[in-house]
Structure formats: structure tokens, C-alpha cells
Design a protein around this ligand. Sequence first.
Ligand code: FAD
Length: 531
Amino acid sequence: MSHTPTVAIVGSGPIGSAYARTIIESDPDVRVVMFEAGPQLTAVPGESVRNIADPDEKARARKLSQGPQSGAHRESLGLPPGVVVEGMFTAREGTHLLDFGGEGSAHAPTFPAAAASTNVGGQGAHWTCAIPRPGFSEKVDFIDDAEWDDLIAAAERLLHAQTDAFSDSPIGAAIRTLLDREFGAELPPGYGVGTLPVAGDPQPDGSMMWAGANTVLGRLIEVGTPESERFELRDLTLVRRVEHEGGRATGVTIEDLRTKEDSFFAADVVVVAADAFRSPQLLWASGIRPRALGRYLTEHHVMITTVALDEERMRALVTQDEFEAELARRARNAADPVAAVNRIPFSEPDHPFSLQVMYAETPPFQLDPAHPAAGNRWGYVNMGYGVRKHPRVEDGITFHDDELDYRGFPNMTIEYALTDAERPELEEAEARLRRAGAALGTFVAEPRLLPNGSSLHYMGTMRMGASDDGTSVADPWSHVWGFENLVVGGNALIPTANTMNPTLMSVAIAVRGARRLTQELTGALAEDAVR
Ligand code: FAD
């Protein structure tokens, strides 16, 4: 009997999904089984909860994603309600803090806002869907430009990239005009004020159907397609160990969280895409411990503010008819407050920042009704500069074999510090944010630097490298050094200092890894070598 090659994928976020889709579409024989520790939230697996119109249902889906500390998650497992432990911060809806302060909590006093999502679709069920391309030194220097462009194009197809979402919003256009007047002359051609690329599908009523892992999985989750017959997604299944022997992964040990039973699942290839903290933790727990594992942690720091748009300046650029049409459009999409997305991208040498400007009907917090800008009919912008963090070996995770976390894995301590390498750019970002705010209206929240970990974009902890010199975990095709069939995926692979939302870049890197894997599985690489 012929052997059907089997790929086990750990994690059902956009990256695990990009592996599943690319492998199944390129290899007609392979079977993919994806293991996800969290529950399925929506009828279509991995859909963005932002697309759920009913507020109660949306809130429940978000709570279900918030890990074992969340009451809704416990209920889904038929367990009695547990104590919901809150740390010093409240995690963003749909996520749970790693350092939640309760029993089995990680230790992250210097990276306190670090958070994860535990659900089918991962953080990709909750994300904002901004997918700018990395530029200049943000890119990986050992992948040549022609291949990189092709990988980015493939990633954009998987994520249904839209470069001109909400571009017909007259208020969005007015915001661009004002920002361009302020900054345009300082920015290089091609890197000026524009719309922010996002992932999703514009709807006829002007709203967006936001992309999630379902978008990436495509035909793999459509009933009756040949691709769906070779794909299986098991939710509430925790991968406890990657099993391996002599530099080959042999499969994974899994725990069915419904029955609490452990079993072994044999696989020809294992792909670990379980986020930038839990992937290295799983490798560590499996005795796979390259020197760089968990180190070189970066994120992009976020300097943010909220501004009420100035009526006079808006009226000079938006007609009364356009304004009323905009109000009507916003009212039709009450479930989703975002009504336009603009940006100034990263460029070197003079603009090493990414500015994102989200136009919304309401501020992201409860504004005191007595505030003069409360109830501003022209709306608000929430905007933030992404500021890069230069990778250092000192920043990262220490794993404790003698202390288990709430899942029974070696617990983590995260150490992290901003240094003189970042401070001048943080100060410059604040100055620019003040200029941007003054150009658009009145501050309703002063510019401030969010606590470490707030970006939710954690990079570097399983970085890829050109050679096995101890500063990387994976080779240029995302294989763990020293393993022929163990692949890692996610933002953790990104070795560079980045200012932007990393998912597009990580999907592009995953497409590269998956294409290579397919060549290996089909024997195409060996045939090439013979030729
Ligand atoms: P994840 O999506 O985190 O998925 C990993 C999955 O692995 C999780 O579901 C987890 O439960 C599962 N898992 C972990 N351990 C195990 C195990 N041992 N066994 C089985 N399963 C396991 N990015 C952008 O680029 N643009 C944005 O605008 C943006 N906005 C965001 C807004 C919010 C509120 C959040 C939360 C995130 C945002 N992000 C954004 C980040 C983006 O969602 C992530 O970059 C992306 O989801 C990473 O994909 P992933 O597949 O690597 O990991």
C-alpha cells in the first residue's frame, strides 16, 4: 500500500493556514492535519470575529479566545467556571496576557502587555488586518528582490490584499490631504501619505469582510472540494511535544483537551506555527534548543494618540453632501467603527517609522461627555507611529525546566529593554505625532508610548538566518537548523528591525518554506540535484 505523506501543523493562525494551503495546492498526494489548542469560534473556521454583526455573539467569540483563564473557554470544555485573573493590564479583547498574575503565569515585568489568542484562527481572528509590505532594511537580506516580490504577491493573494480600502471615503481623503500638507515635502517619491493596505473583501455597502485564517485556507475548508478531503483541523487539541529522532521529526504528542487523553500522531513533516512565544516554548519542551531559541525578541513600539477631527478644516475639504453620505455609510456599518485607513510608510534614511491613521466614528475609549470634543460629528482618528527595536541577544525568553506554567510547559520569563538605540527614534516619533495631530484637529488623548508588548507583533524568537552561526533558529527556508523535516513559521522568524504589522511578511516567508517543503516531499529537489 502506498504511503500518503502527512504534514502535522501546530497552530491554526494565518501562518499555519498559509502552510496548509500552499502545501495541499502544490502536492496532490499530501494530507495535512492541523492541531489547534483553542476552540472554533465561528461556523466557518478561522473567520475574523470583526465580521460578526451581533455584539453579544462577538463578545462571546472574543472571550472564548482568551485562553483557560476565560470563563467562556472553560464553559466550552464543560468545566465549572474558573476565577478570571486579571494582571496589571487588561489584554485586548480576544487575547490573554502571558503574565496574567495567577498560578502558572509567565513572568514578564519588562514586557507586561505580551498577549496571545487561543482559538481557531489564532490572533488572525482578532487582527486589524493591516498588511503593509516591509521596505528597505525591514526585508530579509538573503532573499533576492525578484523572489521576494513574488512571495509578497503570493502572500497578498492568500490574504485578499486591498490597497485602496475605503479610498472613496471623503473624510479619509481629507485626512490624507492634511497629512500631505504637513509631511509631503519631507517624504521620498512613492513613500508619501496614502491608504493602508488591508486584508479582506470590500462589500457592496462600503463595509469590509475582514480576512481571517478562513481566507487563507480557502478551498481547504469549502465543503465538497477535493482539497478539503486532504485537510483536517482538530480544535481543542494541544500539541505537547514534537517527537524526533536523529535530526528527524517523527510526529507530535497531542492532548485532546475535551477528553484529557494523550496520543501520538505520526507525521512526515512537522510545522510549528504556534506564535512567537509558544512555538519556541514547544521546541524547548521537546528538547530542541538551538542557542538563539527565544532570544532576539523584538516588536515595533507604538507611540499613539487620538485626535478629534477639526470641523473647519474638514468642511474646507468635504462638501455637505459628501459628509452626509459618509454619516449614512458609517451608520450602515455600526458593528465596525473603522471607516478609513491611511498611513505614511517606512522609508530610509529619513522616515524610519510607519504611521497608521485609522478614522473611526468613536474614540477607542470612553471619552468624558463633558470633554469639548465629545460626540464630535466629524469623528476621530486613532493614530500611531510604529518605531523599530534593534535586535539584541539580551532580549528574549528564558525557559524554566523546573517550573511549569498553567499548561504544564516549562514556564517563561521574558526580559526586554529599550536602549539608546531606540530612544532618539521614539522621541522623533512623538514629535511627528504631535505635528500630525495638530494638522488634523484637537488631541483627546496625549501622545504616549504604549507599554512593552502592546504591539502584539512579536518577532525574532525563532529568527531565520543565512548560516548556522548561533544567531538563528531556522535556515533560509524556515527549517530548524539540523532538522530535515521540522519547519517553524510566524513573526518569530523575522530577523530584522521592523516598524510595521508583520503578518504579510510572515505569510511570505511561510510561502517560501512551504514551497521548499513541497519540493522535498515530491522529491523534486533530489531530481534537480541529479540533473
Ligand atoms: P497566531 O495567529 O497567534 O496563531 C497561533 C495559534 O497557535 C493560536 O491559535 C494558538 O492557540 C495555537 N497554539 C499555540 N500553542 C499550541 C500548541 N502547543 N498546540 C496547538 N496549538 C497551539 N498583524 C498584522 O500584520 N496587522 C494587523 O493589523 C494586526 N492587528 C492585530 C490586532 C490584534 C487585536 C491582534 C490580537 C493581532 C494583530 N496582528 C496584526 C497580529 C496578527 O494577528 C499575527 O501576526 C498573526 O495572527 C500571526 O499568525 P500566526 O499564525 O503566526 O499565529
